[in-house]
Design a protein around this ligand. Structure first.
Ligand SMILES: [Zn+2]
Ligand SMILES: [Zn+2]
Length: 440
């Protein structure tokens, strides 16, 4: 989002790149950049770092990039992308085990302190129990929200999801949600691990029918790709560390004006410093050890997506996915567009809702090739983030292009497509209303 919202840079004189003097194409709707030398390719402001911190950060980026590139080479050399239970996996499982054990010991220790005579020791026990409560493993609750659809409301959509699930070998979905966001996701929640498929309508509406099948294939692939990061053991350990990192953050701004309170805040900050640093270190180790397995699982989900929807559909769906920030900005603009001709009549608002998806499709069709290329190059620049759940999009597209082409196992026929479109009409209007009123 930040990328596209940044004010456009000064256009180079005479449409020439200020860095290498190559010709630069101009489209006032998008940023000017140079495909020859990558001038202005990435508008995401880099965090300012100096001295040792900058060198450490750079070293980490380089090593993460090497991990991502090595994994790509491994996955593209073999047709078997299944995650392996290697040394890194064992290390991640062990770290998670240590986190769970520490939580258990903290709970037991806190209860033991609570029975002490000394009120200060009792107080420490209370603090310990409060921390245990915050970092306790959570399984989530399976509940319907305003975006949820029942099987009765969307029988054809559920039917398509069931066909894709059967093809992939995944269990049928428990709940489908259709939201106003530009994404799609698959997750499991509650102790009974019930499954939820979330389809972002802005993405869905921009995809061709076979691309939709392939996106569903990728999401159901998450039920079959052996991604242990999503399992209870690793996921709850990571969650506990993230929460602990948040509550031990030592740099909170003090609003007190009297000296005693300022000193007290300072003492608390000093006491929190070590737990905060240790938690941060353990969390980054856990993420580093699961990076390869997680990205490998994503490549496997992409392979499964091609198998159900076809290689071509899977590749073109990824090309749409990379336009996410542009689409989100376009939707914000449509929501903010001033209503011409005075107060809005209910009828005209209805027409606007019908139009929204059509306008969005027109906008995306008008995005110039250079802007699409810029998004891919920016993806390559950001390939180092360890906590990214997916591999960089340009590598996913490259792998899909290198794999032997496959025809989709599920080819939608015209009557099915029309029936699904008809069923989705009220959902489309409801989500358009949410987009236009920004009531997400
Ligand atoms: Zn240039
Ligand atoms: Zn995925």
């Amino acid at each position: 989002m930040i990328i596209a919202m940044t004010s456009p840079p000064t256009a180079p004189a005479g449409n020439l790149c200020p860095s290498c003097s190559s010709p630069v194409q101009e489209d006032p709707r998008f940023t000017s950049w140079c495909p020859a030398c990558n001038w202005n390719v990435d508008l995401e402001p880099a965090e300012e770092r100096h001295g040792r911190s900058a060198r450490r950060h750079e070293a980490r980026r380089t090593s993460d990039r090497a991990v991502v590139e090595r994994l790509y080479a491994e996955v593209s050399d073999s047709t078997d992308a299944r995650p392996r239970h290697d040394k890194e996996h064992l290390a991640a499982i062990t770290i998670a085990g240590a986190v769970h054990l520490a939580t258990l010991l903290l709970a037991a220790g806190s209860v033991w302190l609570l029975v002490a005579e000394n009120p200060w020791v009792k107080f420490l026990g209370l603090v310990g129990l409060a921390v245990t409560f915050v970092v306790r493993p959570r399984f989530g609750r399976f509940k319907r929200d305003k975006w949820s659809l029942s099987r009765d409301e969307a029988p054809r959509l559920y039917d398509l999801a069931d066909r894709v699930a059967t093809e992939i070998g995944a269990p049928p979905i428990d709940l489908i949600r259709v939201t106003p966001e530009f994404n799609a996701s698959y997750g499991r929640t509650s102790l009974s691990r019930r499954s939820i498929l979330t389809i972002g309508l802005p993405l869905w509406e921009l995809l061709e029918p076979q691309e939709r099948v392939s996106i569903l294939g990728h999401e159901f692939g998450h039920a079959r790709n052996g991604d242990t990061r999503r399992g209870i053991w690793l996921h709850s350990a990571e969650n506990a560390l993230v929460r602990l990192l948040h509550i031990t953050y030592p740099g909170r701004t003090s609003f007190h004006s009297d000296l005693t309170s300022v000193i007290a805040d300072w003492v608390v900050s000093v006491m929190l410093f070590v737990p905060y640093k240790v938690t941060g270190l353990v969390l980054s180790l856990l993420r580093r050890f699961t990076l390869r397995a997680g990205q490998r699982a994503e490549y496997l989900a992409d392979d499964l997506a091609a198998r159900v929807g076809s290689s071509a559909a899977s590749r073109s769906a990824l090309a749409t996915l990379v336009l996410g920030p542009s689409v989100e900005l376009a939707l914000q603009r449509m929501a903010l567009a001033p209503q011409k001709g005075g107060p809005v009549r209910a009828g005209s608002r209805d027409a606007e809702r019908q139009d929204l998806w059509e306008k969005l499709r027109e906008f995306v069709a008008s995005i110039p090739e250079t802007e699409r290329l810029r998004r891919f190059r920016a993806s390559a620049l950001h390939m180092t983030a360890v906590d990214e759940s997916h591999p960089p999009t340009h590598l996913r597209v490259r792998l899909a292009a290198e794999r032997p082409p496959v025809d989709g196992a599920i080819i939608l026929a015209e009557p099915e497509i029309t029936a699904l479109e008809t069923e989705m009409a009220p959902i489309r209007a409801r989500v358009a209303r949410a987009v236009l009123t920004s009531s997400f």
